[in-house]
Structures are given as structure tokens and as C-alpha cells.
Ligand binder design. Structure first.
Ligand SMILES: [Zn+2]
Length: 261
């Protein structure tokens, strides 16, 4: 152990040291199993106690407040409300463009604590920080054509939620999604593009050719996969520390409409 400030044999859930590898200060009240998961994560990622301190990846207590007065949501409900407010500003043309200056850049350079994690489509018209009116360090974003939860995406989102402490995991589909449309058509495509089909076929099949319905179904299906296929995420959900939800972004209006799960 790199930091003697913490002795996990005494109490594995009380540690406020930012240089300790135990991460217990971030997950007070969580099970030992999850704490172990986090340690394993860091070890796997090559950012154990010393490495993480150097890399600045996980030694930050998400409940802390940034020096600049960051109002980070402390619950999934607050996080969701902050996203909804940001999208409302965006579609009203009244964006605040928060946390986008050089001061914020420097503030989050050594540490990050995004309040929400995203699975979105790679489509160039769906830039997630912009449509939710957020800035540096606010959102942990994964994007892949068709917003599908493949193993690498699930692993990335586990990192964003378990290690970095995101309160909401949001699956964001969008209107006129080419990946979903291509899956419905089922045409032959070059290279490895067709590897996406396997993830999108359940939604395409259920919607019976209706693109908008398939896009909504796909959000539900991917959110379900994230909620149920990952024990790491399932434990956070069970503990009330994470909410998985989703919506569809309208390319023409900018509005995000929640999809009933
Ligand atoms: Zn798309």
C-alpha cells in the first residue's frame, strides 16, 4: 500500500485519503465485494495506488466539490434533472455552455468525477456535451454506431460508473439512425460493419420495420443489457447509487424524449 493513512484491516469503508488505493472513501457503505471490484479494476487498468495517483484517474472523492464551486449532483435524480435542464436550455437556444473555459480545463486535468455516463451513437449529429449543455469533466461518454452495449462498451461504462462515480447511465438513441435502418434492411455491407447487426437485430425484429419504434426498442434493450448483464452495474443500481435510463434525440429539433423502460 502506497499510503499509510488507510488501514483496510481496521475499517474497509472509512478512508478519506486521496492517495490511498483502497477507494473506500468514494464508496462508503458499499459492499466489500464492490470495493474489491474497484481495486481489481485499477489493478487491471494499471492504475493501482501509485499509478492512479500519478494518472489522476481514481483518487478523487466524487462527493467533493471542485474548487471552482462545481455543483455536482449527489443522487441519480439530481443528475437526471441536471441533464433535462441542460437539454431544455439547448432546445430553447438559451445555453449556458458551462465548464467550457480554460479554468475548468485546468481544474479537471488532475481528476475527474463526471456526474453522468452515456452510451450514445457515433453519429456526427449527436454531440452529447452540446445537446445537454455540459462541459469538461461533466459527462463520461461512450459512442458507437447504433449505441450498442458490446463488451468493450460495458467495460468502459463500468469504469465510468463504479470508479468515477457517475450517478446516471443514459442510453441515447436518435432519430433517423443509420445503423438501425441498415439493420432493418439487412443489406450486405463491407468490412466489419455487419458486426453491429447482431446487437441491433432484436430491436429491428421487434419493431417489424418501423424505424422509430426500432430506435426506441433498441434504447430499452441496450439499457436492459447494461442493467442486467453487468454485475458491477447491477450492484450500483441495487444500492440506489446509479439509475439506468434512456431517451431518443430528435435530429431536427434537438429535443431528447425519455424512453419508458
Ligand atoms: Zn445512429
Amino acid at each position: 500500500m502506497a499510503d499509510n493513512a488507510h488501514d483496510s484491516s481496521v475499517n474497509p469503508h472509512i478512508c478519506t485519503s486521496r492517495t490511498c488505493g483502497c477507494l473506500a472513501g468514494e464508496i462508503s457503505g458499499q459492499s466489500d465485494r464492490t470495493a474489491m471490484s474497484r481495486r481489481s479494476w485499477l489493478a487491471w487498468a494499471g492504475v493501482g495506488a501509485v499509478g492512479a495517483a500519478a494518472a489522476g484517474t481514481a483518487m478523487f472523492n466524487p462527493s467533493d466539490v471542485f474548487a471552482g464551486g462545481d455543483q455536482r449532483p449527489s443522487t441519480p435524480e439530481e443528475a437526471l434533472a441536471k441533464l433535462e435542464e441542460g437539454n431544455a436550455r439547448f432546445i430553447a437556444g438559451k445555453t449556458l455552455e458551462p465548464n467550457r473555459d480554460l479554468a475548468r480545463l485546468k481544474e479537471v486535468a488532475p481528476r475527474q468525477a463526471p456526474f453522468a455516463a452515456f452510451l450514445g451513437c457515433a453519429d456526427s449529429r449527436v454531440p452529447i456535451e452540446i445537446i445537454f449543455d455540459q462541459g469538461f469533466g461533466d459527462l463520461f461518454v461512450t459512442r458507437i454506431a447504433g449505441n450498442v452495449a458490446d463488451p468493450a462498451i460495458i467495460g468502459s461504462l463500468e469504469f465510468g460508473c463504479l470508479v468515477l462515480g457517475a450517478k446516471v447511465l443514459y442510453v441515447l438513441g436518435h432519430s433517423n439512425c443509420g445503423a438501425v435502418a441498415a439493420t432493418i434492411k439487412g443489406d450486405a455491407v463491407p468490412g466489419q460493419i455487419s458486426t453491429l447487426y447482431q446487437h441491433l437485430r432484436p430491436a429491428a425484429k421487434a419493431a417489424k420495420g418501423d424505424l422509430d419504434a426500432a430506435i426506441r426498442d433498441n434504447v430499452r434493450i441496450q439499457a436492459g443489457i447494461l442493467s442486467e448483464a453487468s454485475p458491477v452495474l447491477a450492484e450500483l443500481i441495487k444500492a440506489g447509487k446509479l439509475k439506468v435510463t434512456g431517451g431518443v434525440y430528435d435530429l431536427a429539433t434537438g429535443k431528447v424524449t425519455t424512453v419508458a423502460m
